[in-house]
Design a protein around this ligand. Sequence first.
Ligand code: FAD
Length: 311
Amino acid sequence: STASLYRAPGERPTISFELYPPRTPKGEVSLQRTVLDLAQIGPDYFSVTYGASGATRQTSRDLICSILRDTPVTPIAHLTCVGASEADLTEYVSELLDEGVRDFLALRGDPPAGQEDWQPHPEGLTRASQLVALLRTVVAARLGPADPVSISVAAYPGGDYGPDGQAVVDPSDVAALLEKQDAGADFAITQVFFDPAHYAELVSAARAGGVRIPIIPGLIPLTDPKRLRRLEELTGVRVPEQLLDSLDSAESPDEAYQRGLTASVDLIDGVLAAGAPGLHLYTFNSSKAALDLLDRAGLAPTVALGGTAPQ
Ligand code: FAD
């Protein structure tokens, strides 16, 4: 249920991992290992992306079903409005509900590669808030009003600074978050960011704007400079020069990795100090950096880390 996906102030933060559906048979095999390794530490949920980077509905659904079948961990199914009519979305949501999925992350989605502007499907939705509303309607029709379904949504700390060097967030992102809350969202998970001040500022601007739902920071292990540069291109969130310099100037890949872990622990400490109710780690389907990071931060949920998973 929703209550187990984030924690009240004072309790330990939830720990969760984002996975994407495999694109190759090799990726599928290594993902099975990753899921089992991550499940070992008892995370609060796995979220499974949808449509991003060419993933299909079927591969997302297969990954969700394998999590339900092979682990005790709750899967959150990402959904987007891209390329789907309302009828398509209703059908897909109904299928997932039949599989036992009770947790959804409702997104608008990005335009397909090569397309600049967001173009809705002619019989589709144009905003995540509408998808939240559609989900609430489908769930009520199929399960009745009492059945617990959680709906999470995206939030954006960004990476911008004002003239005095203070973190600033885009007011339209706060307006969008409020609209999603009003449509029935239970909590939010953020896009990547690199300065805890951006998370703190988003939470504070959101609260000032009437947003009451918990906002869980989404974090990537800052261990791979190539990945950070690619993410900067994809998301437009600036990676601090100082971080890239520190990783680039390391004497060895291992030293860069260790420096990245240290920077990530600082970021985690910062968001926890700002009251983060959970930590959502973008894993890129690899368990090592995520588990090393939690180990370093002293945040392994239930099981001691550092050992290898039983064969
Ligand atoms: P919306 O909340 O609908 O916002 C869309 C635009 O409209 C924004 O510019 C927003 O500022 C504006 N807007 C909305 N309401 C208002 C308002 N009331 N006033 C002013 N402006 C408004 N993409 C995928 O394709 N697949 C995934 O699996 C996926 N997973 C993600 C997971 C997370 C945690 C995050 C943070 C993002 C993910 N994305 C994914 C990316 C996401 O689809 C894109 O960032 C997309 O461009 C915006 O989606 P949204 O749900 O935030 O859109």
